[in-house]
Design a protein around this ligand. Structure first.
Ligand code: CU
Length: 500
């Protein structure tokens, strides 16, 4: 079934929003400024009006940021508000740039929409997708519209949405709108709220967003299988009127966990506890895209978790942030407290905000240390402290290329060059960083804050100003500060310990 526009006059589309992160681009929709569109909006205002919801200019939509795509030019300063919208009411379908600052989805995309008769119309297709979780690791997953996870559904408080869901899977499915206030029959629990969507069928969901904030969507039929294979996505609903300080950068990251045996081509939905691929927007580091921010910008990061079993304490380096919102709504300012780690439980969203006032490359990662490992890092015998002697040579007569690993931990940087990886698998840890090897993989990404940015394309590694980088101490430093590196450590009074 197709919802390609049947009413060429009335429909407006955001086809450009289809590509990665660029739905933003939705800021300039075809037809936005056509007299016809304005007339239509006026009509909508009258027919759909939201009580008390006059559009406040200079708020969320005040600084029209046309695009958040990598490479897109940054706005110089606050742009003038779209005057054409000055006489518009609030319940016409919300527009990027005018009504909201588009959300950025690292490694992800946003669901295109069109407006038909005042309703935002989306079309989701549940289907199998070959997805790359990190360079060198692909899996046959289930997702939506060719993406894993599904594209972010972005809308504005008060928007009425009609969402078609076509099932191109070999199994029945449904879609549940997690955290969204809606009529019971639209809630999407297979069997309880609706008939399941059988293969080949298209169902129609329709409701108005009575709220703003961060929600999620996911299959609610054979949940264990379908969510494990990737059938999840985020919902971002911007407020119709500004609430709280305006943000300059608004990111959405969905957390997930997978069991993909090395060499296997499908995630294993039967896994209950031993997940070996941990992802942000379905990418494991080094596959994760960095978050680019200009110094001084106010940043919002929306985190969601639709993994099977694990809650993730997501830790941000370099900043103190506030948790401003859950999937149950905005937290009143008096109820917010400062944090450096936010626990994102399964089936929840948490939104944090902070002002990026310290430049650098800052780690943003799950603090469960096994969640920043990739495949194969978890099932090895404990070899720490073991001296393999000539074991390797002996074993190599039986197993060419054998190498004992783990005697000093899991820093594999020395071995990567001559390690033979099984096909379709990724090293258990990290990637080369600017200064050395980064021994984290999985649920790890980087927040890149720069004094100046001409675009949101990745600016490369941070250049530390002189005197602000930890480095090898010189003998002169040690002498000056009266430190003998060969002496017992200060405070270590054990008589039997002799160093050097
Ligand atoms: Cu975690």
């Amino acid at each position: 079934m197709s919802i390609r526009q049947s009413d060429g006059e009335a429909a407006e589309t955001n086809e450009r929003g289809e590509s990665s992160s660029a739905a933003a681009a939705g800021a300039e929709q075809p037809g936005l400024d056509s007299p016809r569109a304005l007339t239509r909006r006026k009509m909508l205002v009258m027919s759909v009006g939201l009580a008390g919801g006059a559009l406040v200019l200079g708020g969320m939509g005040g600084e029209a940021q046309a695009a958040d795509a990598p490479g897109a030019k940054l706005p110089r300063a606050s742009a003038a508000t779209d005057d054409a919208s000055a006489d518009q009411g609030s319940a016409s379908p919300g527009r990027a740039g005018r009504d909201y600052q588009p959300v950025v989805v690292p490694n992800g995309s946003k669901l295109p929409w069109k407006i038909v008769g005042g309703v935002k119309v989306f079309h989701m297709v549940a289907e199998e997708v070959e997805h790359e979780l990190a360079p060198g690791l692909k899996a046959r997953c289930w997702g939506y519209n060719g993406k894993v996870h599904g594209p972010v559904l972005e809308a504005v408080e008060g928007d009425r949405v009609r969402i078609y869901v076509t099932n191109r899977l070999p199994a029945a499915t449904t879609v549940h709108w997690h955290g969204i206030l809606l009529p019971n029959g639209m809630d999407g629990v297979g069997g309880l709220n609706q008939k399941v969507i059988r293969p080949g069928e298209t169902f129609k969901y329709e409701f108005a967003f009575r709220q703003f904030g961060t929600g999620m969507y996911h299959s609610h039929h054979d949940e264990m299988t379908q969510m494990a294979l990737g059938m999840t996505g985020m919902i971002v609903i911007h407020p119709r009127r500004p609430r709280g300080p305006r943000v300059d950068r608004d990111f959405a990251i969905l957390l997930h966990e997978w069991r993909i045996n090395a060499g296997a081509s499908r995630p294993d939905p039967n896994e209950m506890s031993d997940f070996n691929v941990l992802t942000m927007n379905a990418k494991a580091f080094p596959g994760t895209e960095a978050l680019m921010v200009r110094k001084g910008q106010r940043v919002r990061i929306r985190l969601g978790n639709l993994g099977a079993m694990d809650h993730h304490p997501i830790h941000l380096h370099g900043y103190h942030f506030r948790i401003v919102e859950t999937d149950g709504g905005r937290i009143p300012e008096a109820g917010q407290w400062p944090e450096t780690t936010v626990l994102v439980p399964v089936g929840s969203t948490r939104t944090i905000e902070f002002v990026a006032d310290e430049p650098g490359d800052w780690a943003l990662h799950c603090h469960m240390t096994h969640h920043v490992m990739n495949q194969m890092g978890h099932e090895l015998p404990n070899m720490v402290g073991v001296n393999p002697g000539d074991l390797d040579e002996k074993v190599r007569t039986l197993l060419p290329g054998y190498m004992t690993m783990g005697q000093t931990g899991m820093d594999m940087s020395e071995h990567l060059g001559h390690m033979k990886m099984p096909p379709n698998s990724i090293p258990m840890v990290g990637a080369q960083g600017k200064h050395d090897y980064i021994t984290m993989g999985g649920m790890f990404t980087v927040l890149k804050v720069r004094d100046r940015l001409d675009s949101y394309a990745d600016p490369g590694w941070y250049r530390n100003p002189p005197g602000t980088l930890a480095e090898n101490a010189g003998a002169a430093d040690l002498r000056r500060d009266g430190i003998n590196p060969d002496a017992p450590p200060p405070g270590d009074s054990r008589p039997e310990v002799r160093h050097g």
